[in-house]
Design a protein around this ligand. Structure first.
Ligand SMILES: C[S@@+](CC[C@H](N)C(=O)[O-])C[C@H]1O[C@@H](n2cnc3c(N)ncnc32)[C@H](O)[C@@H]1O
Length: 130
């Protein structure tokens, strides 16, 4: 790997950087399982109700949507990069919210990756946009 490890312990190595660059350095068909937690793309000025308070949903610049087409292009590109490194029969888990997860699901279908399970966390919040 050209990228220097950010942290190393025993046979565990952590890299910090653009996932697309790091994935490009990993040999194809070499990974058993990927867990990805990509941007939710929900930080677009909305509000939610948390513990009885009206609070902003904005998480940071990294979570701002760049519009449907650019967001999908991004999701498609990293999912394609993951597919290249996954072994045949390998698994990818992706976490997201309704802002992002359906795009990821469609990107998986475009790349002919079979979707087997959909795990849903029910969060009892009331959200609204003003
Ligand atoms: C939903 S958060 C994940 C948070 C993480 N699970 C944690 O507990 O810290 C999405 C993260 O992806 C990062 N990110 C966005 N684009 C990236 C890219 N191309 N490569 C690597 N990380 C990226 C963002 O900076 C953000 O920290």
């Amino acid at each position: 790997m050209k990228t220097k490890p950010y942290y190393k312990y025993s046979d565990f190595t952590l890299y910090h950087g653009n996932s697309l660059d790091i994935l490009a350095e990993i040999p194809e068909n070499s990974v058993d399982m990927i867990f990805a937690d990509p941007p939710y793309l929900l930080s677009n000025g909305g509000f939610t109700c948390h513990a009885g308070q009206m609070v902003s949903v904005n998480k940071g610049q990294w979570d701002v949507s760049n519009g449907l087409e650019k967001d999908f292009k991004f999701n498609l590109s990293w999912i394609e990069a993951c597919k290249r490194v996954l072994k045949p029969g390998g698994t990818i888990w992706i976490s997201g919210t309704y802002h992002s997860i359906y795009q990821c699901g469609f990107a998986l279908q475009v790349k002919f990756i079979k979707i087997f399970e959909h795990v849903i966390k029910f969060q009892h919040n009331f959200s609204y946009t003003v």
